[in-house]
Design a protein around this ligand. Structure first.
Ligand code: SF4
Ligand code: SF4
Length: 379
């Protein structure tokens, strides 16, 4: 035994195969090694020393897994696959096996001054442009129409705070602004640092956990997030009771409906894998959207969009293949807007929709709820 994995977690898999149909990489390849069960068998081979870390199948499969955790909710044995994957990558991606891009990104988000300066990213990265003008909240001081009620009370009394995600802060600053408009009572400390989700998912599990604990100490009270990946990681480390995703706490009952061209906006949702499969949050964003617009469900909304943290950068061809299928389904739904609840998904969807010059807009939930037409393309 090499001690790479938590033995109790690794032993839980009973090899029943119930997870296979849920796995996108197995669906794409039909290869057992690319399935959750196959990957767990590879982990066991690593753990018992039957394969060593240089084995090409181990290297390939630790990287080819999306980390979407779609295998978790369908597993009758409750195998915590996401946790095993983090342990696997921490061992597998050591030294020369660590993808240089993953190394660079985790280094950058650990440096608060660099993160603060990263606003440039949204101007130079093709998919990282700031929010469309259409989704910018009204400037402070703009008179509200008579039907616009006051903002809802902040969640959890006065002690709650808003988490500003590293990438969201740099690439989609309008999301945090919109969240503050929706929940003005939230405290927003400046010097937040990183929650460590990117580290944990990319082979630096120990550091990722330490960063989450530090953020938990810096932010007072209940922590409201606007990023599914950060929410799941933070909840895993500091406790679910300290973490709430925006859709769980926002009160939409007083918000006016989103309208475009004289009708309610048609909106669909792209689930965040970690939010849905890790935290079990999927109903809440749908309820929020249904309250203010015409919600349409897109088949496969819970399937990964191919962003998957650094996956779209490390494996762009596979990522684009996954995304193209997703965008076909979104366009076929007839929606004006697809809402994302994670910055990585938002970036991925915007990139794809712009590339195909689609009439569908990709908007974050916070922006959708603070823009009169929800960010939909106006005629
Ligand atoms: S991970 Fe769960 S569903 Fe998949 S083979 Fe193991 S026990 Fe069965
Ligand atoms: S995390 Fe996603 S891609 Fe990886 S094994 Fe599970 S379902 Fe398949």
């Amino acid at each position: 035994m090499t001690g790479v994995f938590d033995p109790e977690e690794l032993s839980r898999c009973i090899s029943c195969g119930f997870c296979l149909p849920a796995c996108p990489t197995y669906a794409a390849t039909g290869d057992e090694a690319s399935s959750p069960r196959g990957r767990i068998n590879l982990m066991r081979a690593l753990e018992t020393g039957r394969l060593d870390a240089d084995d090409p199948t181990l290297l390939e499969q630790s990287s080819a897994c999306l980390g979407c955790r779609a295998c978790e909710p369908v597993c009758p044995a409750g195998v915590p696959y996401g946790s095993l994957l983090e342990q696997w990558r921490e061992h597998q991606w050591r030294g020369k096996h660590r993808p240089p891009l993953a190394r660079l990104l985790t280094m950058v988000v650990s440096l608060p001054p660099v993160v603060r300066a990263m606003g440039w990213g949204r101007f130079v990265l093709p998919s990282g442009r700031g929010p469309d003008k259409a989704t910018r909240p009204a400037p402070t001081g703009t008179p509200k129409p008579p039907t616009q009620p006051g903002p809802p009370e902040p969640p959890a009394g006065t002690g709650a705070s808003l988490m500003l995600g590293c990438f969201e802060r740099a690439m989609f600053p309008g999301v945090s602004r919109a969240a503050r408009t929706l929940l003005p009572g939230l405290k927003v400390p400046d010097d937040q640092g990183c929650c460590g989700a990117l580290h944990a998912h990319n082979g630096e599990l120990t550091k990722g956990r330490a960063l989450a604990r530090r953020l938990g100490e810096r932010l007072p009270g209940r922590i409201v997030t606007t990023s599914g990946g950060c929410a799941a990681h933070l909840a895993d480390v500091i406790g679910r009771d300290r973490v709430a995703e925006l859709s769980e706490v926002v009160d939409v009952s007083a918000l006016p409906e989103r309208r475009v061209a004289g009708r309610r906006v048609r909106v669909t949702l792209q689930d965040s894998c970690h939010l849905r499969n890790g935290l079990g949050v999927w109903r809440e964003p749908r309820e929020a959207l249904s309250a203010v617009a015409d919600f349409v469900e897109t088949p496969g909304a819970s399937d990964c969009c191919g962003a998957a943290g650094t996956y779209s950068l490390l494996r762009p061809i596979e990522s684009r293949r996954i995304l193209d299928r997703k965008l076909d389904a979104i366009e076929a739904s007839g929606a004006d807007v697809v809402v994302a609840v994670n910055p990585g998904c938002l970036r991925q969807l915007r990139t794809g929709l712009r590339r195909r010059k689609s009439r569908v807009r990709a908007v974050h939930l916070a922006e959708f709820l603070t823009t009169p037409h929800g960010g939909a393309r106006t005629p």
